[in-house]
Every structure is written in structure tokens, then in C-alpha cells.
Design a protein around this ligand. Sequence first.
Ligand SMILES: Cc1cc2nc3c(=O)[nH]c(=O)nc-3n(C[C@H](O)[C@H](O)[C@H](O)COP(=O)(O)OP(=O)(O)OC[C@H]3O[C@@H](n4cnc5c(N)ncnc54)[C@H](O)[C@@H]3O)c2cc1C
Length: 423
Amino acid sequence: MIVRGRITMASVNGQRPEVIVVGAGPAGSIAARELALQGHEVLLLEKAHFPRPKTCGDGLTPRAVAALQRLGLEEMVRAAGAYRVNWALLMGPSGQTMKMPFHGLPGKLPSYGYVLPRLVLDDLLRRAAQSAGAVLWQNSKVIAPRQDSRGRILGVEIVQDGRRRTVLAPLTILATGAAFPLLKLFGFLDRLPPVVRAVRGYWNQVIDLSPQLEFYFTVLNRIRGYAWLFPTAAGKANIGLGVFPPAAANSRASLNVRAMLAQFMATEPSLQHRLADAVPAGKLAGYPLRTDFPAMRSWRPGCIVVGEAAGLVNPVTGEGIDLAMESGALAARTVHPFLSSDRRLLDVGLFVYNWRLRRQYGLLFRGLHLLLRRAMMPRSLSRLIRQGNRHAVLAKRIAGINLGTTSPYTAFYPSTWYYLRKR
Ligand SMILES: Cc1cc2nc3c(=O)[nH]c(=O)nc-3n(C[C@H](O)[C@H](O)[C@H](O)COP(=O)(O)OP(=O)(O)OC[C@H]3O[C@@H](n4cnc5c(N)ncnc54)[C@H](O)[C@@H]3O)c2cc1C
């Protein structure tokens, strides 16, 4: 779409940026930071004003911690008061539990994760991008692409303080999360993909918190989804619930995830004494999650997508901060040499990014989607959790699959069946 009207050309430090990054979530801030560290002129555009909340469970998996370590940012996150968690506790549809330790995981992951509200995490990450030299424009909403007659993305149209502006750059990176309309305008989506619908809230005065991420599949008897309780600080927790597709495809009115969360909190037996005095801190917030990476295109001339904008959220766990940071860093690493040399070859770099992304996550996502279809049923999951509690090998395999470091196809190996039946 070529937008007409009063426009002004924007510049960064008196120059045209080499890269525009749209969205200062984990994917965008990391891409912007890594490119700025390589000496590129980066403009980071964000529609909100920091610090801003982001609807999320706030859980940083060991995989996310590994990404932070590689980027040299873990200490910053820890010092900001991130709550350390050492294992995940899964509660099955019939109430059986399984402790999934984070130590000794395949892929040499750290033996812990964190919980840190996105209000804090995203603020830290955008500051890191700015410290590296990226220029951040807040309150700057991208409303459309600017493209040439052959469909090459030349930049973006933004609305800033009520004024419309055009910003042009050789490369635009979209890191807008699950923002469907914009991805459609940029030609990355032609219809609404299947989404997970989720809601979360914060509560104070929650008792008996342990350094664990708690996942409740007890709700699976009623809905196709799960609930979680993640401790954010002493006595405080992020509690939420997500519903998988295709049930989540129902209209918002017919799928009331808020009511489902309220019902879960009121009826989950193991939580009654722990939430007896709990008081909500703020309002509930809902947001969709996109897990459609395999069906999603990730580049077109002059433009790539990273993070959840590329559908990169683990379809089984709903976790995507780790993959957002990984893909942001991967994008920066891949396009840097192409930005630094003959610009006519830039699209080759974008194609290479797409290829690397498919190689890294393609098979994994197909396997996870398959697993979601086959195992996310009350009977199969009950057995998985019961047997995982008995056999450490199985528990480790489940942890590795959930974190994406063990192939999801191992769930269908004869050895898995052996442990599923072993007394
Ligand atoms: C309820 C819920 C719970 C979740 N729990 C977890 C969890 O515990 N752990 C986990 O790892 N993941 C979790 N996720 C998933 C996680 O939130 C996302 O995968 C992650 O935020 C993706 O990061 P991102 O940088 O790609 O996009 P986002 O974090 O969505 O960031 C996108 C940014 O782009 C900005 N933006 C959007 N449109 C525009 C525009 N037009 N112009 C300018 N700026 C724009 C937004 O304001 C935002 O700042 C959860 C998601 C939900 C909804």
C-alpha cells in the first residue's frame, strides 16, 4: 500500500537509519541492540511508552537464561530482582504431580530459570538497546509499510504525537508480536492464524510459594488448555490460563478465558489454602499467542520478521521470550555482513535468515504441534505425568522436549513407550 498525504521524512542522528526495528519487546530490542553493537544506525520504533506492561506469564525458561547469558545480559536481569526458579511442577488432569528439574537438561542449559514481570524485563532490554547505540522512538505507532511498485518494503509510515511521518531504511525488521493487522498489511499474513487465548493477573499474599513454575493441567478435563502460577516475589504470583486452538478460535464472547481463570482459582483443590487471603494487584489482562511459525513466511524483499511476529512461541508451553531473543539475535548476526557490504545483496541475507530460522525451528515446531494434537488429552497426559514422576529419564525427556532441546519426535520413540508402560 502506498500511503499518500502529508508526510515528513524522518532521520536518526541526522542520517537515514540503516535498519528500522518495529516493536521494542524482547525480539526487537535484542535485534536492535545486536545490530547497534555492530555499528549500524538502528531506529527502534515502539507504539507504547516505557515502562509498559506486557500481558505474559513472565516466566524465563532455562533456555531464555541461556540466551541472556550469551548476550551478556543475565546479571542485569538478576540484579533487577528476578525470582529464581529451579524446577517446574506439572499437575496432571487427575491431580497427579511431576517435578521437572531444570538441572542436567540436554543442550547444556542453565539449571534454573527466572520470573520477572515484563514491565521490568522489557524496560531493561530496551535500555540495553539504547546503550548499544540504537535510537528509540516511543509513542510511535507503525501504521503501514511504504513499498515500491514491485512490493519491496522501503520503510514504514508512522503516527507520532498525532503526526504522520515516513521513515525509510534499506531493512525493516518487524518485531510486533501477535499484531495481526500490521503483519497483514506487510504481506506476511493473509488470514488470522490459529491462536492460543490467554489471560493473566497478579496476586499478593499468596502463600507456600516455592522456586518452581507451576503448571496445572487439571483444567484439561474441562477445557483444552492449562493454567499456571509463577512466583514473581515473596508472596506474589502471576496466575493465568491459556486455551489452545482450535477451541481458542471461538469468538471472544463465547470463549471467556477470564471466567475460566476465575473458576480454576475458585475450584483447584491444591490452591484453596494458598489463595485464601490472596488479593489481586491490578486488573486481569488477556492477549492472544501465535504459534504458527511453520506456516508463516519470514522474509520478503527489504523486510524480515522476528519473535512472535514470526509465530515463534512454543505451541505446547506458550513460552516465547526465549525464542524472541534467540531469533532477534539470529537476525542481527545474519544480516550484519550483508548490511556492511554490497546492499544489492541484502535480500540474499534476508533469504539466508529465513533459511537459518527454518533449520533451527522448523522440525521442532512441527514436532511440538504434533505432540500437542496427540498428547494434550486428559488420559495421555495423566499417564505421561504419572510415569514421568516414577522415571527420571522420562521426566528429563519431557523437560527437554518442552524446552526445545530434545527432539519432540523422541516422544514417539519405543523407549518412551517403554517408560510409559513400565511399573
Ligand atoms: C498471557 C500470556 C502469557 C505468556 N507467558 C509467557 C511466559 O511465561 N514465558 C514466555 O517465555 N512467554 C510467555 N508468553 C509469550 C510471550 O509473551 C511472547 O512470546 C513474547 O512477548 C514475544 O516477544 P516479541 O518481542 O516477539 O513480541 P512482544 O513482546 O509482543 O513485543 C512486541 C512489541 O511491539 C510493539 N508494537 C506492536 N505493534 C506495533 C506498532 N504497530 N508500532 C510500533 N510498535 C508496535 C508492542 O507494543 C510491543 O512492545 C505469554 C503470552 C501471553 C499472551
